[in-house]
Write a protein that binds this ligand. Sequence first.
Ligand code: BES
Ligand code: MN
Ligand code: ZN
Length: 509
Amino acid sequence: MFTKRTVSTLAALVALGASSSAMAETFSFGEKAQQAKAMVVFQAGEQASADLSRLDKLSNNQISNALNAAKFEGKSKQVVEIFAPAGINTQRLLVVGLGDASTLDAGQVNHVGASINAKLAKAEAANVQIFTQGISDNTSNANFAAELAHGINLRAYKFDKYLSKKKPSEKNYNFSVAKPELATAAYEQLEAIESGVFLARDLTSEVPTEMNPAHFAAAAKELKDLGVKIKILKPKQIKKLGMGALHAVGRGSSEGSRLIVAHWKGSDDAPIALVGKGITFDSGGYNVKTGSSIANMKSDMAGAAAVLGTVKAMALQKAPVNVVAVMGMAANMVSESSYAPGDVLMTAEGKSVEILNTDAEGRLVLADSLWYARKHYSPKVMVDVATLTGSKIRAIGNRYTAVFSEDDELVSQLTNSGKIVDEKLWRLPLAYGDLLKSPIADLKNAGYGGPGATTAAMFLKEFTGDTKWAHLDIAGNALIKTDKGLTQSGGTGHGVRLLSHWILNTQVK
Ligand code: BES
Ligand code: MN
Ligand code: ZN
């Protein structure tokens, strides 16, 4: 039997002064089933699996009778829970429908795992037996089991630092699989990605007073132990390098801005640059946010969290890839020293920007961060991730991420990865650049009305030179209010799985 304990993000959390919220379930993969107080068995379509038939026999057909009564047909998302079935020493048995399993991709299997975890959340059983012998997704039995474990753990995570009542105790899941070593190896890679997701969630869920640019920098430094090179520029250096836009956005808060670089150099290829928007709180500045959405603005650093989490995922699995994350960090606050509407800022790129709206701050920190990534790392491709616009949410909602790029191949690679891990992308146009003309500066930071997600993307494009680039607007994807799918309420870590999949599948030969 192969046992694997999940990597906890405890080290990072110590730096934040937090207790671990990344709860680790334990997983083991073996050839045989084990005795357990909760059991899970699958049916892909109408044909019962061998394990299900065997259990049914033991129960003297009680299981099939229950399934018939529930009109269970093995369809995807059908679940029947049977308590204390006769002849089987278990308190509950979940029979889970998969539909046509051979068409399931990783993200769909993760969702099956998540729903199992959600169903069993209140069950007292410490040990859970999952019968996966003979079941394969569109790749293999080993991957099916590993992706199930991944989905279970993603859903099990809860940011419970501020709750006096913590989540119920951890569970041990045992999977019966044909080839335990293969399942264990497959899960190891997913476990690294999980750990990156958990870091991103921790950072996103943390409250704004405890997660300013300096706190975020401290969390980034924790990755040094994994062999990640960390560089942190403070306001003075930011100003000295001419990054006047990044500098200005942080001026209204006492910590000021930071530019953080986290570099995992696992190969000698030209690097992939991931650039993240890191607004640790977005009050809107003098264009102060008046609606209730201001309460979600602790999550305005989710782009930075996603790119840092991705670097962690690569470092933990020692991936043979060269990835550098550049994060533009600031708290967009109101004070006497804040930047003001009407200001003209100078970016490091040499383009001046008239400020029409201090709430369009993300593009300002990204402008200088994109410049820095290009200038200092000559990346072969750049992808930025940002909770950039409310306009994106109005256009396509929170079940899709908007992707902007002129490179069709890059869009199709990212879209494909998004489909597989179920972080879906939808392409929006790069156009309407004329709306950013200013009479007093080279650009203005906001158009009047119009297609806001697109004009924001056009603004960013001004700072990408001739580097291949895509922009992901994850507004609405970063924080959820109620438990759903792979995530309990709180930060989602959105982007880590997408970027990890994209990097590992396009860069590793
Ligand atoms: N951080 C917000 C965008 C946002 C809104 C993210 C809601 C997640 C949920 C961004 O800084 C912002 O305020 N954008 C403005 C830009 C406008 C002033 C041009 C927007 O989209 O309204
Ligand atoms: Mn804003
Ligand atoms: Zn913002």
